[in-house]
Structures are given as C-alpha cells and as structure tokens.
Design a protein around this ligand. Structure first.
Ligand code: BEZ
Ligand code: FE
Length: 293
C-alpha cells in the first residue's frame, strides 16, 4: 500500500509518479522544480489564501498577454529570471562582449539602412553618432556582420508605443559592417523609460516598493559568420537608474560614455547638422562558434 502523503514525502510522491518514457531532460527539470517548489512552500509555511492569491495573480498575468504584450516575460524580467537565464546561456568567456536581455520591443523587422544613416526620423532630442567595429576574440576584424539596432526616443518611448506620434521604424535600423568590420550611424540620445505598469506586474512593483524604470540604452543584435549571435545593449553612462535597472540587465562592461562633441569639423564629417552633439563608440567582440564550451 502506498504511504500517506506527508510534508516530508510529498515531493518524492510526485517525482515517482513520472512514467518511464518521460523525456530525460523534462524529468530532470520537473524533478528539480517540484523539489524546489515544495521546499519553498514548507519554508514560508504557505497558507491556503496565499496559494489562492498566487493562482489568481498568475491567472491575471496570463489574461494580460496578447499578440503585442507578454506579461509573463515581464514578470520573469522583474524577478531577475530573464537575466539569470540569459547569463547562464551566454557565459562570458574572456574578452567577448557580454549579452543582456532582448526585451519586448524588437517587434518589427528593422529597416535595412546604409552606414551613416540617421535612425531618428523625428529630429527632436540630442543628436548622437554611434561608431564601432565588430571583431573576433583574437582582435581580428569581422567584415559583413549585421547589426540590428533599436531604441526608445528622447522621451523614453519606442515607435510601437506611439503609433500616432512616431513614424514606423523610428529608432530602428539594420546595418552591415564594412570590409573592415566598422559601422556607424546617427540617432538621438535615448531616454530612460518605465516598463509597462498597467498590469499585475505593475502591482507587484508597487507592493514591493520598487520603481519601474530602465536606464537609457540602445539595443543590439549582432550576427557575424562563424560566430555566436549576440543580443546586448549599450547603456548611456550617467543615465538615471543605471544603478537600479528594474529588470537587472545592466552589466558594467556595457556602459558607454556618450561624450559631448563641440568640434564643427566632426559635425561636418559625420553629417550632424549642429554642435554640440553626442558621440559614443562600441567595440563588439564576438565569440567564435564553439569557443569556450
Ligand atoms: C527593453 O529594454 O526594451 C525591455 C526589457 C525588459 C522589459 C521591458 C523592456
Ligand atoms: Fe529597451
């Protein structure tokens, strides 16, 4: 006869119920999940009203998801789970550029643009030139890498959040590095901004006394032949919230100085209409496939 279900035997009872044909990785994940979940419930002495609240909360998280919005990812983000998974999957080896979260705003195909193009289609905000190069871990230049960039505007909004205000694809561009691995484009300095707070994740932030803001940043996805794809950000040094990103995505190596340029000759060379403007440089170091694994 099976033993009674007790606090001590509960996890084993569930784990032993898995059939022999269960996929080995699924078994490994569920075994660990059940053990940690049961240990958590015992540790906090979870009450039935708390369990009911959690079920209702997760139900509301699901109800807040649609084609445009993924409240579960947002929940994972603010609990640090997205960044933890990202960091485990992309362990940094040596000098390679660190990765960080993708975020929910890479929603439209970035328009193909030429080096030097301006991704700011509006003309407000501080003009900015981003220069950079794509190299391998041994320092050799990688010609022809693609660099997909997207960013919020100077008011802290992505184009998709303001379809009646910003032109479609404002702040977005898909660039190809030249034969020397170099790239550059013009834009405006992005602003810090809040993640969406009008759903259950917003309630969680309020209940735990947290703010909703991310520091100013530009997103990058870099693809280079023979190298692992890289999803990362360039953070604006000195931005508000740089020390307290609500999704924990800041890595010190990704914080860049956006320096004020007052030299009219540089404004001319980089086709920026006026001084002062801002300039930041980003060396992107890619890991060869299989490197460090
Ligand atoms: C973003 O950077 O676009 C982002 C990342 C995580 C949550 C919300 C926004
Ligand atoms: Fe972002």
């Amino acid at each position: 006869m099976a033993t009674d279900f007790t606090e001590e035997t509960a996890a084993d009872a569930v784990i032993e119920s898995f059939g022999p044909d269960t996929d080995p990785r699924l078994r490994e994940i569920l075994t660990s999940l059940v053990r940690h979940l049961h240990a958590f419930a015992r540790e906090v002495e979870l009450t039935i009203p708390e369990w009911e609240y959690a079920i209702q909360f997760l139900t509301r998280v699901g109800q807040r998801c649609d084609d445009e919005r993924q409240e579960f990812i947002l929940l994972s983000d603010v609990l640090g789970m997205s960044m933890l998974t990202e960091t485990i999957s992309n362990r940094k080896f040596g000098v390679a550029t660190e990765s960080t979260v993708l975020g929910p705003f890479h929603v439209v195909e970035s328009p193909v643009r030429s080096l030097g193009d301006n991704i700011d289609l509006v003309g407000t905000g501080t003009p900015c030139v981003i220069t950079g190069r794509v190299v391998s871990v041994d320092g050799s230049r990688i010609p022809g890498a693609t660099i997909d960039v997207w960013q919020a505007n100077d008011q802290g909004f992505y184009d998709v959040q303001q379809p009646d205000v910003q032109p479609r694809a404002n702040g977005r561009g898909l660039f190809t590095a030249d034969a020397n691995g170099e790239f550059w484009f013009r834009t405006v300095v992005p602003s810090y901004y809040p993640i969406p707070t009008d759903g259950p994740v917003g309630e969680l932030l309020i209940a735990t006394g947290r703010h909703a803001f991310r520091p100013a940043h530009i997103h990058f996805i870099v693809n280079a032949p023979g190298h692992r794809p890289l999803t990362t950000h360039m953070f604006v040094a000195g931005s508000k919230y740089i020390e307290s990103d609500t999704v924990f995505a800041v890595k010190k190596s990704l914080v860049a100085d956006f320096e004020e340029v007052t030299d009219p000759a540089l404004a001319e060379e980089w086709k920026v209409g006026k001084v002062p403007f801002s300039h930041a440089d980003f060396e992107i170091i890619m890991q060869p496939e299989g490197h460090g694994q």
